[in-house]
Ligand binder design. Structure first.
Ligand code: PLP
Length: 469
């Protein structure tokens, strides 16, 4: 990979400030920022506009699962563009790549989730799945079943409805949300469970939260529960052991649909194409997918739904009825061609096996950072891990948001050759799944140096000092 780029970084910064509106930008800095401009990438590395190389421990954004610079992905995409770049997916029209990809995916979905509805990304997949549930209940004469149960700190997307079922407190300013039919349970954050409570007791409590809410609303009024198996953007919140299975059982008991949002946990990040059944022992009614579905090479999302649900809508009963939901770019042929190749690469290179082997090492290695005085928790599974910085390990009080701890960390790791995801007081890691043991060692070594440098900075500025024992 050549790193002598011809980019004028200062000019790009100015044009970016003048013309580009970024998602999730602090508007106070929008006209002064000097953004990281990622100009090229190969394997697990990215190159900034000045040619500086870094390990991308973000994986793009939890998504470049097969790594960067895959020539055969470029070829599969180009071939589809040449043959037929686009045609409408609406009504009685289909394309070979979407049929082929949907058929292949059905080999991996659990239970009878053999039908797929392709969208353009994760948010539109969540939105479409929620609208599908609404359609199903109205169709079957259950129009009161409208309420949706979700959790605080969930992230399900950025359309009106998917944002409404999300629950990160920091994302709630200056926007409106659907509130009448959406209910947020407290997050099942095992690290922050009440002092003295065992993990098993905490699990009982969190399962009871769901059951109590269903009973309070009346099961006849509750449509679904939507949950990420491990809560990604909320800070890799790991529920207590058995939580996913037991909440699924509660949903079964009350005839409430269970939607598993596997946008992050799917496509190998936990060592499986879909983690719901092999890792968490559940067969949801609906699974949401995006990101790793194409390893981020081209945008695509999907929801998978059980035959039991879908088939009940088709045939004579469905005559003259339409699920009027979809997008110009649903099942985009180029995205589906990329998805097919992505799946082929995952299979051929035994990437799932690699993750199952190296994932526990990644977590263990990152857990060595727990000896640092500010690292309160290192949690996650396989290629999805969060390092949480706290004021005091005993009280678990988080470092204040205005200290910008995560950004301070990356300001120290980037010159050393590592980018992690800065989120509040967390450093989040979700690298390409092809990362090697040596690259994991390098990642952890640089992250350690970054956290140490950040801590020194806080001490020098008089913001933090080590708590007394
Ligand atoms: C669990 C989960 N669901 C849904 C989404 C939304 O996906 P997208 O950004 O592709 O719309 C995300 C994005 O980060 C996510 O993490």
């Amino acid at each position: 990979m050549r790193s002598n780029f011809a980019y004028d970084t200062e000019a790009l910064w100015q044009q970016d400030r003048d013309h580009i509106i970024h998602p999730w930008i602090d508007l106070g800095t929008a006209k002064t920022r000097e953004p990281l401009i990622v100009a090229a990438a190969e394997g697990v590395h990215i190159y900034d506009s000045r040619g500086h190389r870094m390990i991308d421990a973000i994986g793009g954004m939890w998504c470049v699962n097969i790594g960067y610079g895959r020539e055969e992905m470029a070829q599969a995409i180009a071939e589809q563009v040449r043959r037929m770049p686009y045609f409408s997916p609406f009504g009685l029209i289909s394309t070979p790549p979407s049929i082929d990809f949907g058929t292949r995916l059905a080999q991996y979905t659990p239970g009878d989730l053999k039908h797929v509805f392709f969208t353009t990304g994760g948010s539109t997949a969540v939105d479409s799945a929620l609208r599908f549930v609404q359609f199903y209940n109205n169709f079957h004469g259950r129009p009161k079943k409208k309420h949706i149960i979700t959790r605080e700190y969930a992230y399900h997307g950025s359309t009106y409805l998917s944002a409404s079922v999300s629950g990160k407190p920091g994302d709630r300013g200056n926007l409106d949300f659907v509130t009448e039919t959406i209910h947020h349970l407290p997050a099942p954050n095992t690290y922050r469970r009440p002092e003295g409570m065992s993990e098993a007791e905490f699990c009982d409590l969190k399962v009871a939260d769901l059951e109590n809410k269903i009973v309070e609303l009346g099961p006849e009024n509750v449509a679904c529960f939507i949950a990420e198996p491990l809560m990604a953007s909320g800070g890799v919140i790991v529920p207590p052991k058995g939580y996913q299975r037991r909440t699924w059982e509660v949903c079964r008991k009350y005839d409430v649909f269970y939607i598993s949002d596997e946008v992050v946990t799917g496509f190998g990040r936990l060592g499986e194409i879909f983690a719901s059944e092999p890792v968490f022992d559940i067969v949801p009614d609906i699974i949401i997918s995006a990101k790793g579905l194409t390893s981020g090479y081209v945008p695509l999302g999907a929801f998978f739904v059980s035959d039991r649900l879908y088939d009940s809508l088709t045939g004579p009963a469905g005559a003259g009825k339409y699920f009027t939901n979809g997008f110009t770019y649903s099942a985009h042929p180029v995205a589906c061609a990329a998805g097919i190749k992505n799946l082929e690469i995952i299979e051929r290179e035994r990437i799932l096996e690699h993750v199952r082997e190296i994932g526990p090492y990644f977590v263990r290695k990152l857990q060595t950072l727990l000896d640092l005085p500010v690292v309160g928790d290192v949690r996650g599974s396989h290629m999805m891990v969060c390092v949480e910085c706290v004021l005091d390990k005993k009280t678990k009080a988080p470092m204040p948001a205005d200290w910008d701890v995560a950004y301070r960390i990356i300001r120290h790791t980037m010159p050393r050759g590592l980018l992690v995801r800065p989120l509040a007081h967390y450093a989040v890691l979700s690298p390409p799944l092809t990362i090697t043991k040596a690259q994991i060692d390098e990642t952890v070594e640089i992250l350690r140096a970054g956290i140490e440098a950040m801590t020194d900075e806080l001490i020098r500025e008089g913001l933090w000092k080590a708590p007394r024992d």
